[in-house]
Design a protein around this ligand. Structure first.
Ligand code: ZN
Ligand code: ZN
Length: 336
């Protein structure tokens, strides 16, 4: 099969992914072999390629927002049959026995494995995945529309939850810093729940997209709107944004940091944090987050704005993402 392989850590500007011919993988007893239709591109793919994560396995096929059709099932798989359309997310597998898994926090599992980082991902014609960790996809969505829901969407959804935004908090004010793929899904869920959304982003096109989608306000990251925010999510990986965000956060409010990697956070004046303001990170997601999100996404239904690239253009798509040149989410169109 054809796949984009990363052989060595490198800045994306050097176009390190090589389109190569590699053996098609075989599914184990609890796995499914999937013919990939689309794979959305995520900022975490950049962190994998540029070596910003703690561990690295090489060579590796990146990509963890995969939509495809089951080609073969392992002998113990009963949940799916060949031909089913499924989505493969970042969370490849958890151990099921560590204290976090036993406490409904499998997103923090001590022995988790992740698609496109520690096991091969979806920048390829075929991929194997654990049957217990993939999702059926609502029929509302095309393969292209569905792909960005699988990481950007699910992480955006968990970030909403951890920032204190739920379906039972209408009228609250939510600030979003960075307006890429995750934010453009999160805003739709928040608006569906009656939340007022403010978009803080330096990029003029992203401000336009936020307003098109229904944001009440869009401005730069250091601008101060007329109201304080009850909840804030920072999706952009820039540590200094935390200072800007704390300045517009209401007393008792929460800031969720939605990225897997962030540049260093500058010293924080305690007065900015005082009055019970909370800052917390968001790490991965549970399978339940994914199931809950996809159900809500299908009900709304979420509209994903996508920009298509061919598999051979993976480097181009990642360069565009790094330089904020993608409106919505970049998606690789791989199979039929
Ligand atoms: Zn575990
Ligand atoms: Zn991702």
């Amino acid at each position: 099969m054809k796949a984009c392989l990363l052989h060595a850590i490198s800045p994306i500007e050097r176009n390190p992914l090589e389109l190569s011919e590699v053996p098609t993988p075989e599914p184990g007893a609890n796995e499914v072999l999937v013919k990939v239709s689309t794979c959305a591109v995520c900022r975490t793919d950049l962190h994998v390629i540029e070596g910003e994560l703690s561990r690295q396995i090489l060579p590796i096929i990146p990509g963890h927002q995969v939509i495809g059709f089951i080609e073969h099932i392992g002998e113990r798989v009963t949940r799916f049959k060949p031909g089913d359309r499924i989505g493969i997310p970042w969370l490849h597998q958890t151990c099921g026995v560590c204290e976090f898994c036993r406490d409904n926090k499998e997103n923090l599992c001590e022995n988790a494995s992740f698609t496109g980082w520690l096991v091969n991902g979806g920048y390829a014609e075929y991929i194997v995945a654990r049957a217990a960790f993939v999702y059926p996809i609502p029929e509302t969505f095309s393969d292209t529309e569905a792909a960005p829901l699988l990481c950007a969407g699910i992480i955006g959804f968990r970030s909403l939850r951890l920032s204190g935004i739920t379906g039972k908090s209408p009228g609250r004010r939510l600030g979003l810093y960075g307006f890429g793929a995750a934010a453009h899904v999160a805003i739709q869920v928040a608006l569906h729940w009656g939340i007022e959304v403010y978009a803080f982003t330096r990029d003029e096109r992203h401000r336009g997209l936020a307003l098109d989608l229904g944001a009440s306000w869009a401005g730069g990251s250091d601008d101060q709107p007329a109201h304080k925010m009850d909840s804030i999510i920072i999706f952009a990986p820039a540590g200094e944004l935390l200072i800007s965000a704390l300045k517009v956060l209401q007393k008792g409010g929460t800031i969720a940091l939605g990225g897997i990697h962030m540049s260093q956070i500058p010293p924080i004046d305690y007065q900015l944090l005082y009055h019970e303001r909370v800052v917390r990170s968001v790490a991965n997601n549970t399978r339940q987050d994914g199931l809950d999100f996809l159900r809500v996404a299908g009900e709304i239904p979420i509209k994903t704005q996508t920009q298509l690239f061919a598999l051979v253009e993976a480097n181009t798509a990642l360069n565009a993402l790094k330089h904020d040149a993608v409106r919505g989410a970049a998606v690789l169109k791989i199979g039929e």
